[in-house]
Ligand binder design. Structure first.
Ligand SMILES: C[S@@+](CC[C@H](N)C(=O)[O-])C[C@H]1O[C@@H](n2cnc3c(N)ncnc32)[C@H](O)[C@@H]1O
Length: 254
């Protein structure tokens, strides 16, 4: 079924937004990335771009003493985050906003750290670097993760996995070259470990798909959509040598 059809999106988001996070990553990797941001102020102003339902914003509350503005273009994700913030009593530490990271009405040079996991590909890394440079104070940090190809000769079936969502996907070297041509200094980068794809993302996705098969047992259209959703983790199980997510730690130097 067409992935932009209302029924597909309804069932896809029902699953996607119930996951602990909406892309690969984990607390250990976030902690490792944050260690590189050595000169953050004690209570940094942090902006989480493409925050989904807030997994990383909630991690940043644990890992820093800062205050966080979490932004996502998809209103229902922000609604879910707001429910969590109310339950956890974290409204003082995390503010949320529905918004497009390309047109945020935020003051220039007002953040010490911009964090973005698996979201910059939506607007292109070059534009994301430029927007982030405007929003960060001089010496501020930009930490982001992005999907990268790990091999040069890609089978068509593997290329097809990312073709519609991320046709411009490149290698680590391509992203390093983009960062080197930007106002950011590259501090370091590292690949996500395999468990960062599974523990909080694909394993719960497969479990939820399975549960939903029971819920929609008499609904052939929904069952077909669930089959389609299940293809992504299944493809990753077979093809994970060809692509990964890379974390980049950078600092605004110019
Ligand atoms: C792969 S998900 C990652 C979400 C979250 N960072 C995580 O890892 O759990 C990408 C997110 O980017 C958001 N997004 C896409 N385009 C956006 C834009 N132009 N501005 C803000 N958020 C955007 C999507 O709504 C989605 O929540």
């Amino acid at each position: 079924m067409d992935e932009s059809s209302p029924r597909f999106l309804e069932i896809f988001f029902e699953i996607f937004e119930s996951l602990p996070r909406q892309g690969p990553g984990n607390l250990a990797s976030a902690r490792k990335a944050l260690r590189l941001c050595k000169n953050l102020p004690e209570t940094p102003e942090i902006l989480d771009l493409g925050c989904g339902t807030g997994s990383q914003a909630l991690q940043l509350v644990e890992l820093t003493q800062g205050s966080i503005l979490a932004v996502d273009i998809h209103a229902p994700s922000i609604e879910k985050l707001n429910q969590k913030l109310t339950q956890l009593g974290l409204m003082e530490r995390i503010r949320s906003q529905v918004g497009d990271m390309r047109e945020l009405a935020l003051a220039e040079s007002s953040f010490d750290l911009i964090w973005s996991e698996g979201a910059f590909y939506n607007i292109g890394i070059q534009q994301a670097l430029s927007i982030s440079a405007g929003l960060l104070r001089k010496g501020g940090y930009l930490v982001f993760s992005d999907a990268v190809w790990c091999k040069a000769n890609l089978p068509d079936a593997v290329k097809a996995i990312f073709e519609s969502d991320y046709p411009a996907m490149g290698s680590v070297a391509d992203l390093v070259a983009l960062i080197e041509r930007s106002p950011f200094e590259l501090l370091d980068h590292f690949p996500l470990p395999p468990e960062a794809w599974w523990d909080d993302f694909y394993t719960p996705m497969e479990r939820l798909v399975e549960e939903s098969r029971g819920k929609y047992a008499n609904d052939p259209e929904a069952l077909a959509i669930l089959e389609q959703v299940a293809l992504e983790p299944a493809a990753h199980r077979i093809n994970s040598d060809y692509y990964n997510y890379e974390f980049f730690m950078t600092r605004l130097s110019k």
